[in-house]
Design a protein around this ligand. Sequence first.
Ligand code: MG
Length: 382
Amino acid sequence: MKINLLGSGGSIGTQTADVCRLRGIEIHSAALKSNYKKLAEQAREFKIKRVCIFDEKYYKPLKQELSGTDTEILTGIDGLCELAADKEADITVNSVVGMVGLKPTLAALENGMNVALANKETLVAGGDIVMKLAAQKGITILPIDSEHSAIFQCLMGVRGDCDKQLKGIILTASGGPFFGKSYSELEDVTLEQALCHPNWSMGKKITVDSATLMNKGLELMEACHLFNVKPSQVEIVVHRQSVIHSAVVLSDNAVIAQLGVPDMTIPIQLALTYPQRMPSLSGELSLTDYGTLTFAKPDYETFICLSAAVKAAETGGTAGSIVNGANERAVELFLDGKIGFNDIGRGVSGALENITVKKADSLEAVLSADAEARAYIDSRFC
Ligand code: MG
């Protein structure tokens, strides 16, 4: 078993490397943005044949770090796409953060590669073209996001026509660090507070998305594409303990859920060993240690990013690309200390109100909506 690992230096990337170490899975190629020392370290440890450093200015120092090895070095988006499509591996794991992950996903599918997807923006913005291409090539995209892996795992137990038997999805949300707060209380939230997630340890972008609940909105759109359901079939439920990772409602109203301690190594490993289950790095779940599991409706008035994302999911077309692009740019500005926490939601809602939604049937349409949304955020805040 060999994998291409895109985004090997991030939270999912390093946990994927942990799973590879445990299960003796080979990393054929790896790519990351700029941390060339990490990439060189991974290349030596896993004897990786091909690496891609996205930011070309680190090509020379990376080459120096890898002197004496025969690891091939590529750069930029072209390198990322080449590795994504490299059929020496059995599957491409895409754990790149943001819209930049879309082209590599398409390159992999185009070449008939199996894909394990942790890059949710790929589906939020490019879902229409990605799912169509996957169907044409007969490829099942294996989700790594914990909620979508949970839904996928629940559906593994359904025999026969899934589309007919799947009535709805219960998408669980931790509620993030600001659960119970009001909109006005969130005006002065600091970056440090936003980066302090109660249950999950993740990268910065997704941690901020979890604080605004944008993450759940992106996951709603992701779920609609992956499991061929309408937004109205998905119920978002705040479940503070993150033990139930999501559930499916079947046509007879039976509900099947997947539970476990909050740990990404189960979804990652299952995507690599599917359909086999094997011993993993995850701890055991003790329900009696938790004692109580709680459930609540999300507060759409406070978490306006979530409202905008639900609206975008219902609208379809390039609306996903618009809210995603606006959110990516606004989160960048928030991480740089240039805008406030609630500005993220104001920016995302404003972008959706002001930019014309079109059909998302080509890469050009998706990318131009994304660019328009980013430009809207810059014109509003910069
Ligand atoms: Mg998730």
